[in-house]
Design a protein. Structure first.
Length: 264
């Protein structure tokens, strides 16, 4: 009997080891299959080292001769991110509720979710180029690009948090004969509000970086100056702009962490 139990334990251990090893083998197979598609050439990093050193020397010392212009463009970038995030929050609240399976019927949830999938699937850069054609060059195109893409991201996050709520407060309010809007106001929103705020803060921080990128295609902000300095091989100016971007991102990360910790 003891030998039978021992053999069963060995078989169970082998099955567990196989189940653990299987995902690793799948991942390794995917990496091998995509090696050529990604054009992985690690040895190229060690070729032409003299040229790389010369390239790196061009970044030092950074050129801060136009620092006022850098600060002004950084202000525009922050403005783009702020307005893009704010508009996205306003759109994501109703869209997130309509995407939640425990709030809206399936015939509403599925079309709204597919719309949100579409907004998330298209990068901010693509939206920026489309809106530049529609409204012209400048920060407004960047605001619209971040608004549309971020709406899809936040709506998904908001919907998932709504689906994870405790249903008992909602059932209690429903038992009083209250309307669905009252259920949302008094049972759903209080449970998800802190999480929604945390998502919104994180997304604003992310949108600051995205606003820099969309600026490189003409949507305004410091991305325009960075693109121009790189195109003109003015690497000392590029270094100064990159340093301002890094300092701003670090400051925002500290502030957002402080706010998120205060909320939680």
């Amino acid at each position: 009997m003891s030998e039978l139990r021992s053999s069963e334990a060995v078989l169970a251990h082998r099955r567990h080891s196989l189940y653990t090893l299987l995902p690793v083998l799948i991942i390794l197979s995917l990496l091998a299959a995509t090696w050529r598609g990604a054009d992985i050439r690690p040895m190229d990093l060690f070729q032409g080292q003299d040229g790389m050193r010369e390239f790196a020397r061009g970044f030092f010392p950074p050129d801060y001769s136009e620092w006022r212009q850098y600060v002004h463009e950084m202000y525009i970038t922050l403005s783009i991110a702020l307005w893009g995030t704010l508009l996205a929050i306003l759109a994501a609240i109703p869209l997130g509720l309509l995407s939640a399976q425990n709030v809206a019927p399936a015939w509403v949830v599925q079309p709204v979710r597919r719309l949100m999938d579409t907004l998330r699937a298209i990068n901010e850069m693509v939206f920026a180029m489309l809106f530049i054609v529609a409204v012209g060059l400048g920060p407004f195109a960047g605001v619209l690009a971040l608004w549309v893409h971020t709406s899809g991201v936040l709506a998904k996050l908001f919907a998932e948090s709504v689906e994870a709520i405790d249903p008992r407060p909602r059932e209690g309010i429903r038992a009083t004969g209250a309307a669905q809007i009252d259920e949302i106001r008094y049972a759903i929103i209080p449970q998800v509000l802190s999480l929604w705020i945390s998502f919104a803060i994180y997304r604003f921080e992310s949108n600051v970086r995205s606003a820099m990128v969309v600026g490189m295609v003409g949507a305004g902000g410091i991305g325009v100056m960075l693109h121009e300095s790189i195109q003109s091989f003015n690497f000392a100016q590029s270094a100064a702009i990159l340093l301002i971007i890094v300092l701003t991102s670090s400051f925002l990360d500290i502030c957002s962490s402080f706010l998120r910790n205060g909320i939680s």
